[in-house]
Design a protein around this ligand. Structure first.
Ligand code: SAM
Length: 274
């Protein structure tokens, strides 16, 4: 499995930024709010959000550290950064946002009380090196918290994710798939990753989020608004109609007892201390 080059990831998120978290599906926002809660950020803290997107964690962080703390967000996608600034203003909070690379953040060392990164680590070329770099930004005893995806429910995996992967280029990695044994495979392997990066007191908190869609077309708009868009873009043109028909039918079969379409997604929060 090949991960995308950093520049390609930034361009992917530039393309989808305007629709990201704007199609009426609750997934990234509740996950980010959960991360801020488990990080235990306090008023007065200096907090950093790496891969801040449009501010899903940044804005709750800004509220948690107010009035005397400070919050900084960085993202590789210039469009995400522009939109995060709009959201910060709209929310009436204080936060600085700038374009920056999670692999090589150009930020003060030994400075932050908390570093949050929600749904980002699996897009990075070297998650261990990234975590080591983030550790250096923290004060001693400062906390890092990352959210990553575990499994989605079995029916969705079999009906939708597997079919999606078959249509897309086989080397494309799905951020929601734990994939072959690696750092994102389990709570334990994520904890090992953080320990190997030098963090102590590493622990996991977990939650399940259950995004729901009005119909297959709504799911399609959502899947084009998140990292999964790379799958659609990887499907050869002459297979797109077939992929849409097959996947829409699969999605329509995955409804809950109330008749709504969706899946249940395990989310892990891995937290450590410098
Ligand atoms: C799934 S989004 C999550 C955004 C936000 N944290 C949230 O929870 O809504 C992943 C984000 O990571 C950013 N990203 C990916 N690779 C990055 C890198 N090397 N440096 C900084 N940001 C990166 C993307 O541009 C995108 O905004």
């Amino acid at each position: 499995m090949r991960s995308m080059a950093s520049g390609d990831v930034a361009k992917l998120f530039d393309r989808l930024a305007d629709s990201y978290d704007a199609v009426g599906v609750d997934l990234c926002q509740p996950i980010a709010e959960g991360l801020v809660a488990v990080l235990g950020v306090q008023p007065g803290d200096r907090a950093l959000d790496i891969g801040c997107g449009k501010g899903a964690a940044l804005i709750p962080l800004a509220r948690a550290v107010a009035p005397e703390g400070s919050v900084m967000g960085i993202d590789a996608s210039p469009r995400m950064v522009e939109l995060a600034r709009v959201e910060v203003t709209r929310a009436g909070v204080e936060a600085d946002v700038s374009v920056g690379d999670a692999m090589n953040p150009d930020l003060p060392i030994d400075f932050y009380d908390a570093v949050a990164s929600s749904l980002v680590l699996f897009f990075l070329p070297d998650p261990l090196a990234a975590l080591r770099a983030w550790s250096a930004l923290l004060v001693e005893d400062g906390r890092v918290g990352v959210s990553t995806f575990g499994e989605s429910d079995q029916r969705w995996q079999d009906e939708v994710d597997a079919v999606f992967r078959d249509f897309a280029a086989p080397e494309i990695a799905d951020a929601r798939a734990p994939g072959p044994p690696g750092p994102f495979a389990s709570d334990e392997s994520m904890e090992t990753l953080l320990r190997n990066a030098g963090f102590r007191g590493v622990r996991t908190a977990a939650t399940i989020v259950s995004p729901r869609f009005d119909d297959a077309e709504h799911w399609y708009r959502w899947s084009m608004s998140v990292g999964q868009r790379q799958f659609w873009e990887a499907i050869p043109e002459h297979h797109l109609d077939d992929a849409r028909t097959t996947l829409f039918a699969a999605v329509e079969r995955c409804h809950d007892p109330t008749g709504r379409i969706g899946f249940d997604q395990y989310v892990r929060y891995t937290i450590g201390q410098r």
